[in-house]
Design a protein. Sequence first.
Length: 295
Amino acid sequence: MACRAAWRAAGTWQFVNWQTEATGRGTGRMPCGPTPADPFVIPLLALPCFFSFAILRPLNIERNDLERFEQRLGYSFRNGELLVRALTHKSYAHEARERQLDDNETYEFLGDSVLGFVIGDLLFQHFPTLDEGALSKMKAYLVSAPILAMKARQYGMGEVLFLGVGEEKSGGRKKDSLLANLFEAVIAGVFLDGGIEPAQKLLRDSFQPDVLAIDSDDLLFQDYKTALQEVAQGQGLPLPEYQVVDEIGPDHDKRFVVEVRLTSEIAAKGEGSSKKEAQQQAAKAALQMDAERRS
């Protein structure tokens, strides 16, 4: 039934398959494929059939994009429909509502819970002597939108996101908030497909370097912009001004260089995979310069 539904999709969709178990080349038919009465069929009779992994995709995503995405993720979905839903933004589902597609919003909810559990356990194991307040600050930093968006970019999630035309035109594929939600949805998809173990492995592999890089004595936990603003206010100075001075790398792996100016003597630069991250790094450098100047 699911296979037949795939073949009945409207003309902007095709059938994608991996892990072929048997082939039907030259038979002129697909055992689980369309009947002559099926509308909007795109005949792909040369493709193998009896698929153990079958999903739909928009034509603007290359045939092997999702397979390469699984390779980057380090996880191969057994149920392709779970992957498709995890990658389907509400804007796309709305524009394709006649196909009754489910979007990934509830997956975001579930993924947020799985993420919180795994990151909480990871922090508890690495910092067993810290109190609840410190662990909560660390967790809030690690699951913040800029960090999750950065993780989504590292896996190239935005490249395989099913996005509506309007959201696409507004640059939604690069928005931190959208990418952060997408990361949570994909985590939920992995959890629903394989259980907690593969989801936990994916998150541990992804966040382990970030946890190890945390300085437990630094209670700011990357909120250097707020700290720099407080320094400026305490010294009666204008609020810090941030400016993007350079962009490095291709669109799918772009890095930003931001300069912050506190006084004529204090101007510092920072680099990051997002503008927000670069601003934080610039603020951190400015705080260090201010501390050295006053010491």
